[in-house]
Each structure stands twice: as C-alpha cells, then as structure tokens.
Design a protein around this ligand. Sequence first.
Ligand SMILES: NC(=O)C1=CN([C@@H]2O[C@H](COP(=O)(O)OP(=O)(O)OC[C@H]3O[C@@H](n4cnc5c(N)ncnc54)[C@H](OP(=O)(O)O)[C@@H]3O)[C@@H](O)[C@H]2O)C=CC1
Ligand SMILES: O=C(O)C(=O)[C@@H](O)[C@H](O)C(=O)CO
Length: 281
Amino acid sequence: MTTYESPLQKFTDGNAIPQLGYGVWQVEDDVAEKVVAAAFKAGYRHIDTAMIYGNEAGVGRAIAASGLPREELFITTKLWNGDQGYEETLAAFDASLERLGLDYVDLYLIHWLTPKAGKYVETWKALVELQKSGRVKSIGVSNFTVETLREIEEATGVVPAIHQVETHPYFPQAELREYEAAKGIVHESWSPLGNNSDLLGESALAAVAEKHGATPAQAVIAWHLAKGNVVIPKSVTPERIVQNWESLGVTLDADDIAAIDALDKGAEGRIGGDPAEADYR
Ligand SMILES: NC(=O)C1=CN([C@@H]2O[C@H](COP(=O)(O)OP(=O)(O)OC[C@H]3O[C@@H](n4cnc5c(N)ncnc54)[C@H](OP(=O)(O)O)[C@@H]3O)[C@@H](O)[C@H]2O)C=CC1
Ligand SMILES: O=C(O)C(=O)[C@@H](O)[C@H](O)C(=O)CO
C-alpha cells in the first residue's frame, strides 16, 4: 500500500495548511469520534469542524485518543453566526477550544458573512486579537464576497489567510479565486464533491476517472488539488475515507482538467446559500 502525505498550501502569515483535509458537517458527535479516528488512520492530519456542526467534542476525543503529536495536526473550527460581535467572538472561541480539548486551533474562521447582522468587521477584529494571543495560529473567513474581503482588510490591515467557500466543478468560483490569488488568500473548497448533487454521476467525470483507474470522487478531488484549492471532502463511509485520501495518487493532465472545467454551470451551479444574501442565525 502506498503511503501518501498531503501537499501544503502556504499562508501569508507564515503558516501552512495540508491541502487535503477531512470535513465533518452532518456527522453526529459520537460518530465524529469514530470517523475522525478512521481519517487519522488513513493519513489525514487536517480536520474541518465548526461550532454549529455539534461535533467539536467528538473531534476532540478522536484527537486525544489518536496519540498523534499535536504539531502534526491541523484543526479548523468556525465561529457561528449568532456569536458574531467582538466580545461574543472571544467567548465563543473559548467555548470551542474547551469542547475540542485543545489549547490552540490552527485555523479559526468566521463561518458566514451574515450581511444583515452587520457585525463582520468587529468580528474580524476579534479574530485578529485571538491570533495575537497565540491561541489561534491562523485566521480566515468563510462565505464572504470580494467586496467584504476588501472591507475587512481595509478596516484592520489584516488579510484573511484563507477563504472557505462553496467550490466544485459545477461552481468553480473563477472570479473570486482571481481576487484571492492577487491577495495571497488561499482558496478552500466546501462541498468539494458537490454534496449529493448529480456531479459524481457526470459522464465526463467517469471518462477522466476511468483513464486514471480512479473513481469520479477521486477525479474531482484531484481537480481541486491541481487548481491549488484546499479540499475537505466529507464521508462517514470507511472505504470512501480511504479512497478520498488516495486521490493524492491521481495526477490529472491538462485535457482532464479542461474536461472537468467544462462542467461549470455558472450561477446555476451553486448548491448552498449565496454569502451576499444568506443570513442564517
Ligand atoms: N463553511 C461552510 O459554510 C461549509 C463548509 N463545509 C465543509 O466542507 C465539508 C465537505 O462538504 P460537504 O457538504 O460535507 O459535502 P461533500 O462535497 O464533501 O460531499 C459529501 C457527500 O459525498 C459522499 N461521498 C464522499 N466521498 C465519496 C466518494 N468517494 N464516492 C461517492 N460519494 C462520496 C458522502 O457520503 P457518505 O458520507 O455517506 O460516505 C456525502 O454524502 C463539510 O463536511 C464541512 O467540513 C460544507 C458546507 C458548508
Ligand atoms: O455546513 C456548513 O458549514 C454550513 O455553513 C451550513 O451548511 C450550515 O451548517 C447550515 O446548515 C446553514 O443553515
């Protein structure tokens, strides 16, 4: 069996993130403990959770039981929308850290812009403070827009290390990725496999996958990796956890990438909420 190691993407703050990680949205807390253990066994060292997923404690138990040195792990969690605001953020962060059983996280994200609440600038200031405290190594955002990425930078002089946002072949985020590249913001793809849409059944993917002796999911993960995206596929199925990790052994050529690029559906390709409008509380 080949042993893989994820490539790293460098942040402008000097830290780096493993490009292939493991996401745990819609995973019950007790299940999270088991599947994160399986992910560690497969080789993943980067775990993506959030307060709203309700499984930080289960992730924390898996970390504690793993025996893996803390410095080999990369743990992300996120501030939920109802906790935005300067003081509220500091308190919510403490609670997340406690549930995880950690004394620092590698990455803390503002989960959604929530434009109507209008608190994202003061919330970003709290993340800047948390990074200074050393209890968060890197800070970033999720579900922002070009305009609001610019706004938080102008308010603080601090550019997010990373932007986690819906990205998959149906909705590849070309314009946003161009702005991020100019700013050195790493792009992170959520719902990278298209979360139960028709994506994995596309015949174009089947053709690319067959050419490489791979599965459609592996072809999609390899596409994200080739684009430089950080990618965090979720699965609670043991063989898929391993299969997704083994995407690291799949290298696409320019024709394969063009064939997957052609699946772009424009605005129609979006599966989740539009950050400019979504105001989940
Ligand atoms: N910041 C944000 O707002 C958001 C962040 N995220 C993050 O991104 C992560 C991934 O996104 P998510 O929405 O979960 O969806 P994904 O795009 O990762 O798709 C997950 C689905 O694909 C299935 N699947 C996984 N691997 C395979 C495979 N090899 N072959 C076939 N099917 C497969 C899973 O099934 P099964 O589990 O049954 O195996 C599950 O139904 C989340 O877990 C979360 O960490 C997601 C949404 C929003
Ligand atoms: O999965 C996430 O990270 C999300 O932000 C959302 O899909 C969220 O969990 C949700 O359910 C929105 O109401």
